[in-house]
Design a binder for this molecule. Structure first.
Ligand code: FES
Length: 277
């Protein structure tokens, strides 16, 4: 059988023979992440207005849930203005103020940043390794995820457990967003904010329960799934969500930012939380 030798040509960074707009997708990914990173950092460093209690509501921003410290005094109209007290263990030499979100976001962010989809996306959009298929990369060697620093990507399977716990915590926040009035005498109601908070764990669930690690955990070890009907059903559900993992990753990420923004707008008195019934 005849064979052809195809010489491998080492290309410089960004060099390619592709003629399509290969750079559009990495550019969108870069801008999308940048927007979220800027917003999440701003929210983390601004520990005010993350808990709305006006009109007897109880809305907690997902970036500050579970509620570790309360905010400052609540005004007569239910608005908060100051960050809560700084814990005594927070070092005084720290150049930034304590924010409870620092202790919370570490878990969902560890899950997101090690997600198999996100890796595929930001290795192109941010790491440029390579910027796209058949496009020259800026490094001479690739050590892979067996070596520092990418070896940390292996925490994903453990971060998954924390992410599942957060789904339940946020679902509880959604439930609390349906009750209004003074403590001990709350009544059921639905406001715009109730719907905003309830949708959050649903979208996060669509993302989290489509995780590749979860899929492996449920069915990956079995050669034959048909002899375990319950396991097969779960595996099919995770596989169904997994098909749209990219879509749920983006939607749920931006929606978390929106919920945080909504709570902040209500708690600062900028927006009115309209009652539906
Ligand atoms: Fe994306 Fe696990 S692979 S969340």
């Amino acid at each position: 059988m005849s064979s052809i030798d195809v010489p491998l040509t080492k290309r410089g960074f960004g060099e390619t023979r592709r003629t399509d707009n290969w750079w559009v997708e990495p550019l969108y990914i870069f801008l999308g992440y940048l927007a979220f990173i800027i917003y999440a950092n701003w929210s983390l460093l601004t520990p005010t207005h993350f808990h709305f209690v006006g009109g007897g509501a109880d809305y907690i921003s997902p970036m500050y849930s579970p509620l570790l410290t309360q905010e400052g005094p609540v005004s007569a109209s239910g608005l908060t203005t100051d960050p809560g007290p700084t814990p005594s263990w927070w070092p005084s030499f720290m150049p930034i103020a304590f924010s409870p979100a620092m202790l919370i976001l570490i878990f969902p962010l560890a899950f997101r940043f090690t997600c198999y989809y996100y890796r595929g996306a930001y290795y192109k959009g941010w790491w440029m390794d390579p910027p796209s298929c058949a496009v020259g990369e800026p490094r001479n060697k690739y050590l892979g995820e067996k070596y520092f620093p990418l070896i940390f990507q292996n925490v994903h399977r453990y971060a998954l457990y924390a992410a599942i716990v957060f789904i339940f915590l946020l679902a509880y926040d959604g439930w609390k967003a349906l009750w209004f009035g003074p403590e001990g005498n709350k009544h059921f109601g639905v406001h715009v904010g109730s719907l905003v908070l309830i949708l959050n764990p649903i979208l996060l669930g669509m993302y989290t329960f489509g995780c590749h690690s979860l899929r492996h955990l449920i069915g990956g070890k079995k050669d034959v799934l048909s002899d375990s009907p319950a396991r097969k059903k779960c595996y099919d559900c995770v596989s169904g969500l997994n098909k749209n993992h990219m879509k749920w990753a983006w939607i749920s990420m931006f929606y978390v930012g929106f919920v945080d923004f909504y709570v902040r707008m209500c708690a600062s008195g900028t927006w009115t939380d309209w009652s539906i019934f």
